[in-house]
Design a protein around this ligand. Structure first.
Ligand SMILES: [Fe+2]
Length: 185
């Protein structure tokens, strides 16, 4: 499946603009990490783009829901099994452990992108007003974006083997690169 085919599928399954933006943000971060690790940028990006494909149609977290339904659809379309594995592994409850660098990168980029969006929204709706320190400050503010589990943010970077500060900086840079698309330029 090419990136364009994946995006066509996303347009078919995902109509919520925020979820689409989330997928594009994770794609951008995955591309950045693939470049950094000398991996296949197209592949990592496409997995990022597809990872929550089914979330709008099947928001239930578990068997019969996200991400199992999406993976079933992707398997039907013949995407490589290691993509499916990566998508399953970003959900702890799937029971599929994260083993490869791509799997770790996906988990690491998932929640942090949402948190960075939340910070940008209160900073003049611009990623240019967000830096590593402001992200860390907002993480200490328990009332802010309380649905985001701080320990998952930290664990993602740790599993990937990058410092949290480095991780946030990488994510910020990647997201700024598509700031217009995210409407946070
Ligand atoms: Fe996600």
């Amino acid at each position: 499946m090419t990136r364009d085919e994946a995006y066509a599928l996303v347009r078919e399954w995902v109509h919520n603009p925020n979820l689409r933006k989330h997928l594009l943000a994770v794609e951008a971060c995955m591309r950045a990490y693939a470049r950094r690790f000398g991996a296949d940028e197209e592949e990592w990006g496409t997995v990022g783009l597809l990872h929550d494909l089914d979330y709008e149609r099947h928001p239930h977290l578990g068997p019969g829901g996200h991400p199992f339904v999406g993976v079933e659809e992707l398997r039907r379309r013949g995407v490589p099994e290691h993509w499916c594995r990566a998508i399953l592994s970003h959900a702890d409850y799937s029971g599929v452990p994260r083993e490869t660098l791509m799997e770790r990168a996906l988990f690491a980029c998932d929640e942090i992108t949402g948190f960075v969006v939340a910070v940008a929204l209160v900073k003049g709706r611009s990623l240019r007003n967000v830096d590593v320190d402001s992200v860390k400050r907002k993480m200490r503010d328990k009332a802010f974006a309380r649905a985001v589990r701080r320990e998952d943010l930290l664990r993602g970077a740790e599993e990937l083997g990058v410092s949290f500060e480095e991780h946030v900086a990488a994510v910020l840079e990647a997201m700024r690169g598509i700031g217009e698309v995210l409407e946070l330029a």
